[in-house]
Design a binder for this molecule. Structure first.
Ligand code: UDX
Ligand code: ADP
Length: 459
């Protein structure tokens, strides 16, 4: 089938950038991104592209180029579904917060609602593409919903997991290591492969069965997260042995079998995917009675939680075992640089821990608003909204955030932090002035020569 109209349900971190690139590279295909969230759609349609709901380098330019030509954002979900030949499901699949599988399994209610919506509305044959990361065998459930509509519409289901990383989404989409398409119907697979074929060479487009495709996405994220937990485990050992984790990472990374990427020790990984996907993998393994497999992967999460806790414990013990009433400046709140996404950011958990010790927290993040930092904290439900507001404040200027602070905690590796006037910051802080560099981005000697008490991860 030649595709002329695409609909994407879900205008989020995955749907937005992915469809923008598909539209840019396929000017003859009309791409409509729909969402139930009117505010989000309005922001995508804002004439001022600096107000798009998602910050991602290079995204605003592509939206500006394609929006209104062959890329559209809308809340008219039914209309977009009905007129399209191909529908991507790109809605959120958070970890369940209730019932069976609470805290472990993926909550598929949004995906199921989409499938039901498609089943209800469709009057012509459709290719339905799972873009959201889903537990292995979810396509079975979608298929069953779609095929029991009683209508004569034919649905083909494909799994096409997205491997983009936030902050580099546009680069990752324009130049992917691979595109993975899982499905039963060869013609449906080729329809999608042709769309990617506009800019990705065919040898990078892998065709597999649906289950392999679904499981590959979970496995890729589990392997990546495992590397971070592995180097973070070594970072703690380094701190006790005078080994330097950056030197160890460099030494092992030069082994071509290991490779050098994803070996930066840190306060712990965050983001919407790693934890959710591993928990999901663990849940699936347990549901098949594979407890050794489940325990193995669960340890990646246990170590990550330990790393976050270790960071705040270390900060507290260094500040003479009390942070009560002390101002701690947090530089960075996003889960990594170059994004405004804060989901599962280590900063949230570290802040929560420090607030429970009655610290006063001042946050500065170049892309995250106070509304968001407060909402993230309130979501944990540790204390009342009023209390959170009185204990934690956001600043729009890093020099204000750090003024009179006892310590600075670097939570995100934003490049701008490296070029601050650190002498000025030092002069405005309480003495001794501490820096806890959770991302190992500052130079120890330079900071110590200014007068800071500097510590980083794994050194
Ligand atoms: C990840 C996968 O990389 C991507 O392929 C998938 O599609 C979605 O999940 P993302 O979560 O956007 O992408 O960012 P990623 O760059 O993987 O970083 C995840 C977390 O790990 C961040 O908190 C990051 O700071 C941390 N990290 C990454 C480290 O602590 N050390 C590293 O060496 C690399
Ligand atoms: P991701 O990182 O996976 O893209 P996001 O939470 O950023 O996740 O985006 C998912 C989007 O999907 C949200 O904007 C949400 O409003 C939207 N969404 C969820 N369920 C539906 C639905 N049934 N119909 C349309 N949009 C939906």
């Amino acid at each position: 089938m030649t595709i002329t109209k695409i609909c994407c349900i879900g205008a989020g971190y995955v749907g937005g950038p992915t469809m923008a690139v598909i539209a840019k590279k396929n000017p003859n295909i009309k791409v409509t991104i729909v969402d139930i969230n009117q505010e989000r759609i309005d922001a995508w349609n804002d004439a001022d592209v600096s107000k798009l709901p998602i910050y991602e380098p290079g995204l605003a330019e592509i939206v500006e180029e394609t929006r209104g030509k062959n890329l559209f954002f809308s809340t008219e979900i039914d209309k977009a579904i009905d007129e399209s030949e191909m529908i991507f499901i790109s809605v959120n699949t958070p970890t369940k917060t209730y019932g069976k599988g609470k805290g472990m399994a993926a909550d598929l209610k949004y995906v199921e609602l989409c499938a039901r919506n498609i089943a209800e509305v469709a009057t012509t044959d459709k290719i339905v593409v799972e873009k959201s990361t889903l537990p292995v065998r979810t396509a079975q459930a979608i298929k069953s919903i779609l095929h029991n509509t009683g209508s004569n519409v034919n649905f083909e289901i494909l799994s096409n997991p997205e491997f983009l990383a936030e902050g580099t989404a546009i680069q990752d989409l324009l130049n992917p290591d691979r595109v993975l398409i899982g499905g039963e119907s060869e013609s449906a697979i080729e329809s999608l492969a042709n769309i990617y074929g506009s800019w990705v060479s065919q040898d990078r487009i892998l065709r597999t069965n649906v289950w392999s495709s679904e499981l590959s996405k979970l496995t890729a994220n589990a392997f990546l997260a495992q590397r971070i937990s592995s180097i973070n485990a070594i970072s703690e050992l380094c701190e006790h042995t005078e080994a330097d984790v950056s030197e160890v990472a460099r030494a092992i990374g030069m082994d071509s079998r290991i490779g050098s990427k994803f070996l930066n020790a840190s306060i712990g990984f965050g983001g919407s995917c790693f934890q959710k996907d591993i928990l999901n993998l663990v849940y699936i393994a347990r549901s098949y009675g594979l407890n050794a497999v489940a325990d193995y992967w669960e340890q990646v999460i246990i170590l990550n939680d330990h790393q976050k806790r270790r960071f705040s414990d270390n900060l507290i013990s260094t500040l003479y075992n009390t942070v009560s009433g002390k101002k701690i400046a947090m530089l960075g709140w996003a889960f990594k640089k170059d994004t405004n996404d804060t989901r599962e950011s280590a900063a949230i958990y570290v802040a929560d821990h420090l607030l429970s010790e009655q610290a006063q927290i001042a946050v500065y993040d170049p892309k995250v608003s106070e509304k968001k930092t407060q909402a993230d904290l309130n979501y944990l439900n540790t204390r009342s909204e009023e209390e959170n507001k009185s204990l934690m404040t956001s600043f729009e200027d890093p020099y204000e955030a750090t003024k009179d602070a006892h310590a600075i905690a670097i939570m995100t590796e934003w490049d701008e932090f490296k070029s601050y006037d650190w002498k000025k910051i030092y002069s405005q802080m309480k003495k001794p002035a501490f820096i806890f560099d959770g991302r190992n981005i500052l130079n120890k000697d330079a900071m110590e020569s200014i007068g800071f008490e500097y510590s980083s991860i794994g050194k």
